[in-house]
Design a protein around this ligand. Sequence first.
Ligand code: FAD
Length: 535
Amino acid sequence: MWTHGWRDRVWSAIDQQWDIIIIGGGITGAGILREAVRAGLKALLVEAQDFAAGTSSRSSKLVHGGFRYLKNAQFYLTRQAVLERERLLKEGRGLINPLAFLMPSYTSDRIPAFVMGAALSLYDLLALNWSHRFYDASDIQAFCPFLSEAGLRGGFRFFDAQTDDARLVFRILREAVQDGGAAINYTKAINILQTGANKVCGVTVMDMAPPLNSHNIAPSQRTLELQAKVVINATGAWGDILRSEIAKPARLRKLRGSHLIIPFDRIPLRRAVSWFHPTDQRPIFALPWEGVTIVGTTDVEHAAPLTEEPVISSVETIYLLSALKDIFPALELSIRDIQSTYAGVRPVINTGKVDPSKESREHVLWNENGLLTVAGGKLTTFRIMAIDALKAVQNAVGQRLKLKYDASVFNSPPVDMFLPEELEPKLRVRLLGRYGCEIQSLATSIKAGELKPISGSQTLISEIRWACHSEGVIHLSDLMLRRTRLGLQLPEGGSRVVNDLRDIVCDELLWSKSRWQHELQTYSDLWKRCYYLAS
Ligand code: FAD
């Protein structure tokens, strides 16, 4: 699947009548494609950039109920999300893993420990999984020795889960395609087609990828008009742009959330830590993730145009750094410890709240002239959003769809026996979670000497070969930032290892020397501009 020349094959086959065209290849679009195919619909997904290049590769990577949303009394959202967390943990181990959180309690906290305890009890009750516990100060410090001691009264430990967000999108998307759906990246919806009666009936798409075997990276820009009974706008923060095509006023508020990535040896966390920012008491966290520590997040208005990649501002960097210095003073962290950063834009429904963090995170569906916009929500609840969306378009597709909220998320569990025996258990589980039923094909693609991790990461060299051969990589940034996360997990965006990968990448993608040079330069510029510190 998605081997050399696949995009041209898909492009030449998509000019046909579809039941559903889904615009946007983040988790929302991927989830809708997955459920549409299960319901027997003929469905196509188009993504303007790379799959998961939007917010779905820039989240905090938590599969969670959103403990903090309880503060805003969003009980229904939390209940749905914790149940989804439990389901994903059960079915997707290796891709979705449990994560222990410590929440230290200080004498200076505005919210007293007994209130946090009551909220955690509710959180566990909603999940039907009693897992939190209070520890005294010495026990909490034994869990995390470099916590600030000043005023420490003790703290809670509770459990949530974490994932690799982009890989979750790929697993869902690829299972949908294996089961008969169609998906194509670097294909932008540039115009919504309407009948004379102003009913949406399709989209014009433009090819944003370079022609096959091109020596440079300029997009081909060929176009096609595609017809569908239903068009779904799953473009997240970009949602209002397509809605303006059918003359609908903007309804989304774009809020940026940014993260710092710090090497493990500077913040050696075994468990996540959640605390309140000293200046505004917003919740902040530091999470261990694949050998690095992620620190987040902010919640600020995003005024920059969405044609540009979102970038952390220097104000956000200082804000997150000051929270770190407050909770881990002994580590003496400074700006020099920041290895990389990333920023994503939340598409939240604009109700004009002064404090952005008070805007609801629930998802909404707007059916306007036959264009269904699905916006808001969370990575964790993608399946519920997908089923709600398809229920809303049943009449338009002219079928009573079989949609089940309690169906399994993934196709049947992957089988371990295909992986080489010498692979250590932790890496086996990781691969099974990420590649699911494709594990046999991946195992057969492994070449001698490529079963070892790339230095400083858990990514195997064989995953690079597999991604280039079979996972629709168009640009080097797709490989470094989404198929793998080396661009975030290694110093300088992985610049020290990227040249060692050149032969595999060029062999599999049939890139010439000049294409490699274009790709390397473009990736390196992008990383410095958008995944490091604001200039
Ligand atoms: P996106 O992932 O943005 O996908 C939309 C896609 O549409 C993009 O890839 C874009 O390129 C494409 N597109 C746009 N215009 C066009 C066009 N004209 N034609 C074709 N394609 C187009 N949720 C959690 O559950 N857990 C978390 O820990 C968490 N942390 C978060 C942290 C931050 C900072 C943010 C911002 C969000 C977080 N979320 C979290 C929420 C979650 O990440 C989002 O709800 C989710 O990723 C949105 O997915 P999406 O598919 O709707 O949007």
